[in-house]
Design a protein around this ligand. Structure first.
Ligand code: ZN
Length: 135
């Protein structure tokens, strides 16, 4: 059996790719992390708790004994209607943190011994990405 410690759930959005790669390098993750890349990141877990993303998490645990799920949502996410779906950045951030807390609860209740850590990626007007640990 091959082991790794982490599974990263992140949005497929191309704007995140380079920053996520760099962030993973900085955190020594590339050799220790399964990758689940899907529009809206964890949104699918809320929409369908036994659906695609939940299945991928279960497989990561079963195949690689993964202990930590890194749940990364991002601002201006098209799967959530982008910035324009929210009154302002503060409201959008609050919404995403609330959303991730609900997803964390579902994942942890379905997978004993798994811990979910929450991350929020900010994208500024120049396309610069900053990844923030939240919760
Ligand atoms: Zn997105």
């Amino acid at each position: 059996m091959h082991h790794c410690h982490h599974a990263l759930i992140r949005c497929m959005d191309f704007r995140l790719q380079k920053a996520v790669d760099e962030w993973m390098e900085e955190n020594h993750l590339p050799d220790d992390c399964d990758m689940i890349s899907v529009a809206g990141a964890g949104k699918d877990v809320l929409v369908n708790p036994d659906g695609f993303v939940a299945t991928q998490i279960g497989l990561s645990k079963k195949l690689h004994d993964t202990k930590t799920v890194l749940l990364m949502h991002h601002m201006d996410c098209g799967a959530y209607g982008g910035h324009s779906a929210f009154e302002n950045l503060e409201a959008e951030k609050e919404f995403q943190v609330r959303e991730m807390k609900k997803i964390k609860e579902i994942i942890e209740s379905k997978n004993s011994e798994m811990e979910v850590k929450m991350l929020l990626a900010h994208i500024d007007d120049d396309g610069e990405v900053e990844i923030e640990a939240v919760g």
